[in-house]
Design a protein around this ligand. Structure first.
Ligand code: URA
Length: 279
């Protein structure tokens, strides 16, 4: 504990833990906690109210092709442009410039800033959210508003801080006007950039924050109740990266009763990171 700031941060984290019902005799929670305690003892000093719905990126076989094709056709040239720009980036810095050079997504023209990433680019863990909000748009950094502060507290509660332990970005680099959920087309146009971002960053572990990021990157229509707290293999190029899904902090702000489930998921993440067992 180095400073008053650390104490304040710890107190905020404790507040999250208290609100999460971490002390409640929740069966799911106590099993994870028991496992974790055994593991920590061995390694004493180791070196959803309503989630905004966005249609998944995978083509829904039940929807007649005619309803999707005209939109996709309209965006085809922009999508190819995004793919070419993303593929041409050889470093994270190149990728930032490639996104800045992309003119195919209308969101760019209403946003104040392009929001690329924050945190430690060398960290093992990469978190990916949905899209910037008003604070993020103003500052040009992801997760710096109220939901970002809660996310930082959640990660701090399992011993991780943004400066050292994780790197953070979004599927969409521009704020959708009025914080509306990004459309399917906007998500598709931005996907080449976030997938290249993952490929260049090469994290050891991925955490998708909220339903939009999880559905887009896992290419699934499943809801948060099926996705959260599980491990998936995310494959990009030659890389296969363990990936999990966490409730979005803005959902937790709206539905504080879900914090106990988020805390159970965080404990699972901590346990997997310690054991390197992502099954
Ligand atoms: N919500 C997100 O998903 N990302 C941000 O950067 C801020 C809020």
């Amino acid at each position: 504990m180095k400073s008053i700031k650390d104490v304040t941060s710890l107190l905020s984290t404790l507040e999250f833990l208290e609100q999460s019902g971490a002390g409640e005799p929740l069966a799911e929670l106590s099993t994870v906690k028991a496992d974790l305690n055994i593991m920590s003892a061995r390694k004493l000093f180791p070196p959803k109210s309503v989630e905004p719905f966005v249609a998944p990126v995978a083509v829904n076989k039940d929807v007649p092709k005619r309803s999707v094709a005209p939109q996709l056709k309209k965006n085809q040239a922009h999508l190819e442009d995004a793919q070419k720009l993303a593929a041409s980036a050889k470093t994270l810095n190149d990728l930032r410039k490639a996104i800045d050079a992309f003119e195919g997504c209308a969101l760019k023209h209403t946003a104040m800033n392009t929001v690329f990433a924050d945190g430690n680019p060398e960290a093992d863990i990469m978190l990916i959210g949905e899209a910037p909000g008003a604070d993020e748009d103003r500052q040009g950094l992801p997760f710096v508003g109220g939901s970002g502060q809660l996310l930082d507290k959640m990660l701090y509660a399992i011993g991780k801080n943004r400066q050292d332990d994780y790197y953070i970005s979004n599927v969409i680099p521009w704020r959708p006007p009025g914080n509306r959920p990004p459309t399917r087309e906007e998500t598709m146009l931005c996907l080449p950039f976030i997938t290249r971002h993952i490929e260049l960053k090469k994290p050891k572990v991925l955490i998708f924050v909220g339903a939009t990021a999880a559905k887009a990157l896992l290419d699934t229509k499943e809801g948060m109740s099926k996705l959260r707290g599980r491990w998936f293999n995310y494959t990009i190029g030659d890389l296969t990266i363990p990936a999990t899904v966490l409730f979005h902090p803005s959902y937790l702000i709206r539905s504080p009763g879900q914090k106990k489930h988020a805390w159970a998921d965080l404990l699972k993440i901590k346990k997997a990171l310690l054991s390197q067992d992502f099954s």
